[in-house]
Design a protein around this ligand. Structure first.
Ligand SMILES: Nc1ncnc2c1ncn2[C@@H]1O[C@H](COP(=O)(O)OP(=O)(O)OP(=O)(O)O)[C@@H](O)[C@H]1O
Length: 285
C-alpha cells in the first residue's frame, strides 16, 4: 500500500492550473517515475509534497497503515460533494493523523521525505564529508529538539551517518576532497548523499542523470538501484531519459497539462495511446 498518497492535489498560479486534481499513490519500496512534456506540472507536484509550495486544493498523506490507505482509496473514488457524513468524518480523521499538506519543508524532511535536486545544495569550499556532516547535523538538531531528554553523543552519530551515506554513494575515497573540485558526476553523487543524510524513507530525485556522461549515467542508474535495495528507499524520480526510466522504474505516472493521464507499469504506460499522443505527438515510445 501507499507510503505517499495525493488526493485531489491542485495548484493554480493566477489563471493557470499547473497541477489539476491529481490522485497519486507511491507504493512503499518502489521506484516511481513521473514523466510528461515540459510544463506538465512535474516539478510543481513535487514542490507541493516537499512543502516548497502550498496546494490550492487537495491533500497529501504520508506513511498510512494498509487499512487506512485502503479506506482513503475507497473514499477518494467518491467526489467531494457526494461523500456521506461517515466518509467525511473518516477523511478528516485520516487528514489529522497522516496529513502533511502545507507543511514547512523542514517538517517534511523530519517526517522522512528528502529530495536531491539539480540546484546545488553543495558548499564548494567544504570537503565532501563536511557537506554531508552539515546536512546530518541539521537533521540531528531537529530531532534533538524533539527528543531533548534523550542523551546522545551527537557528533559521533552525525559522523557515522556521514560515513554511511558517503559509502552508499561510493564517495568515501574522496571524503576529504573539497566539494568544489570534485568531477561533475561526483558532485551529483554528493548531492544524493546530502539528501540521504536526513535518513529518509522517501527520496525525490529531479533528473538525476542530467548532464552526465554515459559512464556517469550508468553508475548513477546502478546507484539508484542499490539505494532502493540496500537502504530500502522509496524513490520518486522526474526524468526525461526514457531509456533510464524503463530500466529503473517499477511504475510510471504520466502528467499532461497538470493532470494524470496514465499510471501503471512501464509496459502499460508504453502501450497507452493517450500517452503516445500527448507525450510524443503520436511517436511510439
Ligand atoms: N511559481 C510559478 N508561477 C507561475 N507559474 C508557474 C510557477 N511555477 C510553475 N509555473 C507554471 O506551471 C506549469 C507547470 O510547471 P512545472 O515546472 O511544474 O512543469 P514541469 O513538468 O516540471 O516542466 P519541465 O519538464 O519543463 O521542468 C508551467 O506552465 C509553468 O510555467
Amino acid at each position: 500500500m501507499g507510503l505517499l498518497e495525493m488526493e485531489g492535489l491542485t495548484k493554480r498560479f493566477s489563471g493557470l492550473t499547473a497541477v489539476d486534481d491529481v490522485d497519486l499513490t507511491v507504493e512503499r519500496g518502489e521506484t516511481k517515475a513521473i514523466i510528461g512534456p515540459n510544463g506538465a506540472g512535474k516539478s510543481t507536484t513535487i514542490n507541493l509534497v516537499t512543502g516548497l509550495l502550498e496546494p490550492t486544493e487537495g491533500h497529501v498523506y504520508y506513511d498510512l497503515s494498509d487499512e487506512d490507505a485502503a479506506d482513503l482509496h475507497e473514499i477518494r473514488e467518491v467526489p467531494d460533494d457526494e461523500r456521506d457524513q461517515q466518509q467525511r468524518q473518516r477523511i478528516e480523521q485520516l487528514r489529522k493523523e497522516y496529513g502533511i499538506t502545507g507543511s514547512e519543508p523542514h517538517e517534511v524532511v523530519q517526517k522522512g521525505i528528502s529530495k536531491s535536486f539539480q540546484t546545488a545544495s553543495i558548499f564548494p569550499g567544504m570537503t565532501a564529508r563536511e557537506n554531508v556532516q552539515m546536512a546530518a547535523l541539521a537533521n540531528e538538531h531537529g530531532s534533538f529538539q524533539l527528543n531533548f531528554l534523550r542523551k546522545r553523543d551527537s557528533f559521533t552519530e552525525v559522523d557515522e551517518t556521514a560515513t554511511e551515506m558517503l559509502e552508499a554513494v561510493e564517495l568515501h575515497g574522496s571524503d576529504d576532497v573539497e566539494a568544489g573540485s570534485l568531477p561533475y558526476g561526483d558532485k551529483r553523487r554528493l548531492e544524493i548523499a546530502i539528501a540521504l543524510a536526513s535518513e529518509p524513507d522517501l527520496l525525490f530525485m529531479d533528473e538525476p542523470t542530467a548532464g552526465m556522461s554515459p559512464e556517469e549515467t550508468q553508475s548513477t542508474v546502478d546507484l539508484v538501484e542499490r539505494l532502493q535495495e540496500e537502504l530500502g528507499l522509496t524513490i520518486v524520480l522526474v526524468e526525461h531519459d526514457m531509456e533510464i526510466i524503463f530500466r529503473i522504474a517499477d511504475s510510471i505516472a504520466v502528467l499532461n497539462r497538470g493532470a494524470i493521464i496514465a499510471d501503471g507499469t512501464p509496459e502499460e504506460v508504453q502501450d497507452n495511446t493517450d500517452v503516445q499522443e500527448a507525450y510524443l505527438g503520436g511517436v511510439e515510445l
